[in-house]
Design a protein around this ligand. Structure first.
Ligand code: URA
Ligand code: SF4
Length: 184
């Protein structure tokens, strides 16, 4: 896919926001570019920045087991982030950084054309669903994303590591996700 390769090359040399100055690797995304489901986190952490792949640290290992619990894997879905370079000391990406990076994600969504989008955590949900999105009240709820797409948010796996009492709700959300998407 020529357009995809060009997009990836553009990201890899991008200097559109200040995050390029402190990054080691751009984290473009990983998985199947023909998947009906795309997962979107907030931005690379330390391990992701070093390896150039999303969700490879501790939170990523939990994401892998969340996917496995419904018979999915990271190879079967596509995984990306709101910003493709690591925010220093894992702070939330600034609005200007998100604005600068979003066109890449929008293009990835256009090219992959998934029917379902899953936000991992509050930052992605506030950007992609609604600025006043409340993760505690609204996780596991499907919203309309336009162009025939549906979107929901799950708790971020890092939040589940901090507060294991949220895992039961996430298991319920994952079951709903699996049921809605069906086999692929
Ligand atoms: N957290 C995220 O939001 N994204 C990653 O890729 C890793 C951790
Ligand atoms: Fe470019 Fe996005 Fe990296 Fe900023 S975060 S430098 S916009 S790829």
């Amino acid at each position: 896919m020529q357009a995809w390769k060009e997009l990836q090359a553009a990201c890899e040399s991008c200097q559109k926001c200040g995050l390029w100055t402190t990054r080691n690797k751009v984290v473009f995304g990983t998985g199947s570019t023909s998947s009906p489901v795309m997962f979107i986190g907030e931005g690379p952490g330390k391990s992701e920045d070093l390896q150039g792949e999303p969700f490879v640290g501790r939170a990523g290992q939990l994401l892998d087991s969340m996917l496995a619990s419904i018979g999915w894997s990271r190879e079967k879905v596509y995984i990306a982030n709101i910003v493709k370079c690591r925010p220093p000391s894992n702070r939330d990406p600034l609005p200007a950084e998100q604005d600068a990076c979003m066109p890449y994600l929008e293009r990835q969504i256009e090219l992959i054309n998934p029917k379902y989008l899953v936000c991992l955590g509050r930052v992605a949900a506030m950007r992609l669903i609604r600025p006043d999105f409340k993760i505690t009240a609204e996780h596991g709820v499907w919203y309309d994303f336009g162009n025939g797409r549906k979107i929901m948010a799950l708790y971020h796996p890092a939040a589940l590591l901090r507060d294991p009492s949220k895992r039961g709700d996430t298991f319920t959300d994952l079951r709903l996700l699996e049921e809605t998407v069906g086999s692929f």
